[in-house]
Design a protein around this ligand. Structure first.
Ligand SMILES: [Zn+2]
Length: 418
């Protein structure tokens, strides 16, 4: 279920709902800002998602349960301080570096659970099914060995994690992408799921992926998925960047949610989602910080709108549901709650009413001012139920957690042997 956007003035500041982060690969926080150089292997014109992926594989290869735990805890602290109170963790680094399972096959997942519990953020854990290295069904490369499962082993992991569900934990399913999950495996997993299980999938992020899908499966990825899977309200399509007009309308009608990750999509040069057409068709969406080159709902929402302005030469593109762009964006992001599997309405932020940029604000323009007035963090408090997590802009465990994070980063960066 989704929450409505309510904005009210309280003695401590402006009260707004905490936001859902629909797409996270926690370990990638450790490489933020470290893939911004031209690679030796390619000239600048050829640096792309696929060369970035080489750096990402390098970090994935080096993660241990301890370093993943430390990096995720620091990331979740930063999310809570920025205004996210829920995160969907699209988790695919499951095994030892040699591809063998840990003694407890859920060990890496449990590291994420521990990080969420320590920081207090609500977690929708989405263990990822990753089986093939391309649409042609080729085997995983050695660097993808940590990600792979058979369907049986995957469903065992899913059940193990599902047994841990509680007030602050939901467990869903992630299909890595159409290129990584053969069609029979997809059907087998979907048939085994309890009703209402959240299903997330990366789709149509890259032109190359669209072309490969057309060549091998005879249709563009989103069209193929709509034709071959029961895509509906339980589904979240991550990115869905490259849509034709028919796919845009059909996807909106399906009731699925699109997880838009504007800062990562910009960073990776993915392309622009057809936002206006999708909104006009009544589509659901939310935001995710994905690779975590930014951990800020404000920046995701601002760049969601700015990308559209740059491409169209027009202003206030998202406005429609409301005249206010900010209000429309915040309400849309809250609608994205439906992707998390949580049905709660007790997550609140207090924004700093004394911040100069909020001088004279009212409930009607608060969202515009929050999103479009700069980069000074305005979240003073974050609360989930009775638990106060952020006070005066700072997470209550921030000091201890950042020490662990620094130790983990020294281990990740110092030992180049991996
Ligand atoms: Zn992703």
């Amino acid at each position: 279920m989704s929450r409505a956007l309510t904005i009210s003035r309280e003695p401590g500041g402006w009260r707004v709902p905490g936001l859902s982060n629909l797409h996270s690969h926690a370990f990638q926080r450790a490489m933020a800002g470290m893939a911004e150089r031209r690679t030796r292997a390619a000239d600048a014109a050829h640096d792309s998602f696929w060369t970035w992926r080489e750096t990402m594989y390098h970090f994935a290869q080096r993660m241990t349960p301890d370093t993943l735990h430390a990096v995720a805890a620091q990331l979740y602290v930063e999310m809570l301080e920025a205004g996210y109170t829920r995160v969907c963790e699209f988790h695919y680094v499951h095994h030892r570096p040699d591809g063998g399972p840990y003694d407890d096959p859920a060990e890496m997942s449990l590291a994420l659970l521990a990080a969420a519990r320590e920081t207090g953020i609500r977690l929708t854990l989405l263990p990822v099914l990753y089986m093939t290295g391309g649409f042609d069904g080729r085997a995983l490369s050695p660097r993808q060995a940590r990600f792979g499962h058979t369907v049986d082993a995957y469903l065992r992991l899913f059940e193990t994690l599902r047994a841990r569900e509680c007030e602050d934990l939901r467990v869903g399913v992630a299909l890595h992408s159409l290129r990584a999950v053969p069609e029979p495996a997809m059907h087998e997993v979907l048939a085994a799921l309890p009703a209402g299980t959240p299903v997330h999938i990366h789709v149509a992020e890259q032109i190359g992926e669209v072309e490969d899908c057309l060549a091998v499966r005879g249709a563009r990825p989103v069209r193929w998925l709509l034709d071959h899977a029961p895509v509906g309200a339980d589904w979240t399509l991550v990115h869905a960047t490259h849509l034709d007009a028919d796919e845009t309308a059909r996807l909106a009608r399906s009731g699925a949610t699109v997880a838009l990750c504007p800062t990562t999509e910009a960073n990776l040069g993915d392309g622009l989602f057809p936002l206006r057409g999708y909104l006009d068709a009544g589509g659901h969406w939310g935001i995710g910080s994905d690779s975590h080159i930014s951990v800020s709902p404000v920046e995701e929402l601002r760049w969601l709108e700015y990308g559209q302005r740059l491409a169209s030469g027009r202003r206030n593109v998202a406005a429609g549901a409301f005249d206010s762009v900010g209000h429309t964006l915040l309400a849309g992001a809250l609608d994205g709650d439906r992707a998390t599997g949580f049905d709660a309405d007790d997550e609140w932020l207090l924004l700093d009413a004394d911040a100069p940029v909020l001088t004279g604000a009212d409930a009607d323009d608060l969202a515009d001012r929050w999103i479009f007035s700069g980069n000074r963090p305005l979240v003073r408090e974050s609360r989930i139920g009775e638990r106060q997590l952020v006070v005066d802009g700072r997470h209550l465990q921030a000091d201890a957690i950042v020490e662990d994070y620094r130790r983990a980063m020294r281990a990740l960066l110092g030992d180049q042997g991996g």
